[in-house]
Design a protein. Structure first.
Length: 61
């Protein structure tokens, strides 16, 4: 029988951070804040990606 494990937001962010660090990418505070917004259902990954792209475009226009 499978058991269900509940992880805290901090545990989930730590796991994501570890994976990114192993890939040579370091998460910023803004990255973590975006991840929390998605975890809490405030935004979607697509909305967060669109916001990042809009920010990049505004810097280069």
């Amino acid at each position: 029988m499978a058991t269900t494990t509940t992880r805290t937001d901090e545990q989930m962010l730590a796991a994501a951070d570890a994976g990114h660090e192993m890939a040579g990418m370091v998460a910023t505070d803004a990255d973590r804040a975006a991840a929390l917004r998605v975890l809490h259902g405030e935004t979607t990954p697509e909305q967060e990606a669109a916001a990042v792209l809009a920010e990049i475009r505004s810097r280069h226009s």
